[in-house]
Design a binder for this molecule. Structure first.
Ligand SMILES: *Cc1c(COP(=O)(O)O)cnc(C)c1O
Length: 345
């Protein structure tokens, strides 16, 4: 497969904007910077941020064991996903394939970019139907979005099926690993080099507890990263985000403790949910949330709201009739949830 043939012609020929910080990267303190029309008065944020976020990439590179050349950082993974669509999909001509029920942003981003959408539902046990996907794909199918662990179903996609798709799909396969830290399964990162058409996205929004700073990570071949770099806004990750991410990533003690606690709370919560009469099904979870099927999702959602508990009603999502998605909270929050659920009639 030739990645160059998948890129939109207008993007292939694009000459990117070259920012002042792109042209002059040195960060020597003694330099006098009169190149970017910034304020000269130092206050920690008077300078434009590093457009390539090198310090942060080096830190992530050590944690994830991946070269900085294989990374692109974005204003949340949502920005990264949008960049991918804009790089490869010609509006009204190309299409992307998604496997509902899955993360709603794939469809929204395709719609925003006026890119056609092909939906091939997951099977009853929420796994990809590979022959159907490959049969439905056509010459304009540029991207295939896989979410593993999947939102809102919480399960991981079968590795054999995913591999079959990466090998046989004639476009780019994106594996969204927003919840990978909570999973028993391994990340696909260690196999990135085997597949030139593979993109993996991760985020600091979930297990790393930094949803507020907006930092998404894209891992791919040097060739794909180069295309995305061409179209990303020059200063897409702001200085405060870079600083805060670096600071929090420098010590992983808290991350490890909290991750362990969330996983153990999730398993406790699932056991307790099983014994609540109005819950008909507790789906297995590889994430920091649990999908349950209840007798009447609208009714139970409203009742929980009245008790001051906000969950996510997923009943209108294909394949999730009467389902509610519950994020794992603190031990106290989870107890309150269970007690409230048990009292509902
Ligand atoms: C939460 C979530 C993300 C994270 O998006 P950010 O923009 O990085 O906060 C990505 N993908 C899925 C499936 C998610 O549920």
């Amino acid at each position: 497969m030739n990645i160059q043939d998948l890129i939109r012609p207008s993007i292939k020929g694009l000459r990117p904007y070259s920012s002042a910080r792109d042209e002059f990267r040195s960060i020597q303190e003694a330099m006098i910077f009169l190149d970017a029309n910034e304020s000269p008065f130092a206050n920690d944020i008077n300078r434009y941020p590093d457009p390539q976020q090198m310090a942060l990439k080096i830190s992530l590179s050590k944690i994830k064991d991946i070269a900085t050349e294989n990374m692109l950082l974005g204003n949340g993974s949502d920005e990264v996903l949008d960049l991918i669509i804009r790089a490869f999909c010609e509006p009204k001509v190309d299409n992307v394939i998604i496997l509902p029920p899955t993360y709603g942003m794939y469809q929204v981003l395709a719609n925003v970019n006026n890119v056609n959408l092909i939906q091939v539902p997951l099977s009853n046990d929420f796994q990809p139907v590979t022959d159907q996907i490959l049969k439905t794909a056509n010459g304009n199918s540029k991207l295939l979005f896989l979410c593993s662990p999947n939102n809102p179903t919480a399960n991981s996609l079968d590795r054999k099926l995913v591999e079959e798709l990466i090998i046989n799909f004639k476009g780019i396969v994106i594996i969204d690993e927003a919840y990978i830290d909570f999973s028993k399964g391994k990340s696909w990162l260690s196999r990135l080099n085997e597949f030139p058409n593979l993109i993996i996205t991760q985020t600091l929004s979930k297990a790393y507890g930094m949803a507020g700073i907006r930092l998404g990570i894209c891992y791919a071949s040097v060739e794909i990263i180069a295309v995305l770099n061409k179209i990303k806004p020059p200063y897409n990750v702001n200085e405060l985000t870079q600083q805060k991410a670096l600071e929090n990533l420098s010590d992983n003690t808290k991350y490890k403790l909290q991750l362990k606690e969330i996983i153990s709370e999730r398993d406790k919560l699932m056991t307790k949910l099983e014994s609540v009469p109005l819950i008909q099904m507790v789906y297995s979870s590889d994430a920091n949330f649990v999908l349950i099927k209840v007798d009447n999702a609208h009714k139970r959602y409203k009742q929980l709201l009245q008790e001051g508990i906000v969950v996510r009603n997923r009943t209108n999502v294909l394949g999730c009739e009467n389902c509610i998605r519950i994020t794992v909270g603190t031990s106290q929050e989870n107890k309150k949830l269970i007690n409230t659920l048990k009292k509902l009639v």
